[in-house]
Write a protein that binds this ligand. Sequence first.
Ligand SMILES: Nc1ncnc2c1ncn2[C@@H]1O[C@H](COP(=O)(O)OP(=O)(O)OP(=O)(O)O)[C@@H](O)[C@H]1O
Ligand SMILES: [Mg+2]
Length: 289
Amino acid sequence: MSEHMEHQRNASPRVIAVASGKGGVGKTFFSIHLAARAAETGNRVLLMDADLGLANVDVMLGISAKASIREVVEEKTGLNQVLVHSDYGFDVLPGGSGLHTLTRLTPHQQQILLDELDVTGSDYDIVIIDTAAGIGENVLYFVSASESALIVLTPDPTSLTDAYALIKVLSRQRDMHRFMVIVNQADEIDAQITFRRLMSVADRYLDVHLDYMGHIPPSRDVRKAIQAQRLLSRDGGCPKAMQQTLDAVIRQPRDTSRGSGLQFFWQHSLNEALVSEPSLTVSAQGVNT
Ligand SMILES: Nc1ncnc2c1ncn2[C@@H]1O[C@H](COP(=O)(O)OP(=O)(O)OP(=O)(O)O)[C@@H](O)[C@H]1O
Ligand SMILES: [Mg+2]
């Protein structure tokens, strides 16, 4: 068993939501590699594609999914029937692709999904949730129902402002105050500058704690791997800094301040179903405090 195998077999799974605000910054790319590394180090891993309607996880992995979360929440099938085993030692819950996107799960649909996850989730040590771009209701729901949030950004200023907007909404409206942060497509210096920018504005205006987990350099191998529908391997193209970042996230202690894993997931959903929330009007544009 590996050096990272710290998780208790009988504990509730650690649930990490990967989010960004801005689209196209590398959330799905990172989530897949995080799932693969966590599996490689001895964890039972479920990767959930929470981009409902514009799913990418199955495409990036070259998996053909017959059904998805959509069919689960529409009560056409059970979650266990939808799971797909990847070639990389982890399971995938596909998000589904189609003409209409499930932009907002109803409280009833949330409840169906979480009831199913409450049962299936106990088979896993780690559940990684790859969310959609933006700060729509589904994103806020999936992130705030998770034990921890991992924010991906790039040195691009719009990525910074959108990450800030997402953190702001999650902290002020969803009571999340701790975030892991990774900077993609940046060398070490650019990544640290980017993280410090985010931290300085967050420190000034928000009640949050940001944990810098590392960076991923830009690499031509990434595009090649995505085109070939395969992962970067440790001995074939995966940059050392990326390996360190993945390991740092896996080694990060669990966040015990927010209940735990899918149990919390379940309770949260119940509370939300009982109290219907007004729609959000926060814009992802600009660093509006
Ligand atoms: N470190 C990197 N080096 C080079 N290219 C990268 C890197 N990370 C991501 N990319 C490129 O960015 C593209 C978008 O990545 P990905 O689909 O993971 O982003 P995303 O945040 O999940 O997007 P969306 O918001 O649409 O879900 C990839 O297809 C890849 O070409
Ligand atoms: Mg994606």
